[in-house]
Design a protein around this ligand. Structure first.
Ligand code: ATP
Length: 377
């Protein structure tokens, strides 16, 4: 038995095998394979329209795949309706019962279910209310709550069932920034404590990075990269992932013979590891993150990986100063420097931007992603 099969047989595992879905002849999920381990927090991350929600809806049973299999805890469920799957879903629209109190809304699912000890309903509802910090709103009706509060009730209503798998479609989208950040931490702690498998849809890369065990970065109905947040951030597999997760300075250039450096306008980029593909002389895009770029008034000792230029704009981003530098060779460079580390340079200052070889990632110059979906399936 392979590792995948072993994992799939465990309660709480989720698997998609060769799943495709089209609407009106347009493919929105394209031969997707995905394996989520029991108890894992996996985020589906990608731009609007990449197929995240459709993927989640096929897991939940609200959409049928055209092709492929959906397995929950090792059993094929693609033909089962949502209520027959060991899954609960928190969608963007929370659809609470308007005539019931918050507590009654949360208790509803438990009351309908067979085999739930009646004496356990009240403490479980209280626990779920506490999880989402809504205890003091227990007796209110949904119409007396803000949108964000209603979303938290929807979350509590799903969690109270203690499903093996919880599907969440941008559940924190309606919350203000502070509460959203608090909830991210709480939700992650809660998930760890409950051991529930979470499949979490978001277009917010910071949210995905901060909460997930692994992130599946989607584009055009396919997974571009699936890995832990650190790997996705530090070792993006494609130029799309590199640009979508965090920010990048993309510098067009040519790969030198031996693959150890890239010639760019105004200089040479030394690479930490040789790049064998796409081959010497090939047009490439080198990517350097803004936080990897140092800004100084003096030239660095090592001339490679450095460009002179002029500060065009300075912005304070909390603890970080962001510089926009117009390089003399024509490129625009973003640099983010810890505020306390360096004196503030003014607009118009002559500077050198530099970075280390390990901070340079090289991608083919052409789009590394498949042609945009929109052609007939
Ligand atoms: P968002 O972040 O904007 O919610 P998403 O990645 O979740 O985007 P999906 O909701 O999965 O994207 O939609 C993928 C594509 O499929 C979109 O182009 C959307 O318009 C289309 N689509 C989704 N559901 C349907 C449907 N029921 N009928 C027709 N087209 C649909």
């Amino acid at each position: 038995m392979s590792d995948t099969q072993t994992a799939a047989a465990e309660s709480g595992s989720v698997e998609l095998r060769g799943v495709s879905k089209s609407f009106g002849g347009v493919t929105v999920v394209d031969d997707l394979d995905l394996s989520v381990r029991p108890g894992e927090f996996l985020s589906l991350l990608g731009p609007s329209g990449c197929g995240k929600t459709t993927t989640l809806r096929m897991l939940a049973g609200f959409e049928q795949p055209d092709r492929g299999e959906v397995l929950i805890s090792g059993a094929a469920v693609q033909h089962l309706p949502p209520h027959k799957r060991d899954i609960n879903t928190v969608f963007q629209s929370y659809a609470l019962f308007p005539h019931m109190t918050v507590a009654a809304n949360i208790a509803y699912g438990l009351r309908q279910r067979r085999g739930v000890d009646r004496s356990q309903i009240r403490p479980r509802v209280a626990e779920a209310l506490d999880m989402v910090r809504m205890t003091r709103f227990a007796d209110r009706k949904p119409s007396q709550l803000s949108g964000g509060q209603q979303q938290r009730v929807a979350l509590a209503r799903a969690l109270v069932n203690r499903p093996s798998v919880l599907l969440l479609d941008e559940p924190l989208g309606a919350l203000d920034r502070k509460l959203r950040e608090d909830m991210q931490v709480e939700l992650k702690l809660l998930q760890g404590r409950l051991g529930t498998t979470f499949v979490f849809v978001t277009h917010d890369q910071e949210e995905a990075l901060s909460m997930s065990d692994r992130i599946a970065v989607m584009l055009n109905g396919r997974i571009e990269q699936i890995a832990d947040p650190y790997t996705v951030y530090e070792r993006p597999a494609t130029a799309f992932v590199a640009g979508f997760i965090g920010q990048q300075n993309f510098l067009p250039g040519t790969l030198a013979a031996g693959g150890r450096s890239v010639e760019i306008a105004g200089g040479t980029l030394q690479l930490a590891e040789p790049v064998t593909a796409p081959g010497a002389g090939a047009a490439v895009r080198a990517a350097v993150r803004p936080e990897a770029v140092g800004v100084a008034e003096k030239p660095p000792a090592e001339p490679a990986n450095a460009l002179p230029g002029t500060v065009a704009a300075v912005s304070l981003l909390g603890d970080v100063l962001q510089y926009l530098v117009h390089a003399d060779s024509g490129q625009e460079l973003l640099a983010r420097v810890p505020r306390r580390q360096a004196g503030r340079l003014a607009d118009g200052a002559r500077v050198w931007c530099s970075w280390t070889p390990a901070d340079v990632h090289v991608f083919p110059a052409e789009a590394s992603t498949p042609a945009p979906i929109g052609s007939a399936a």
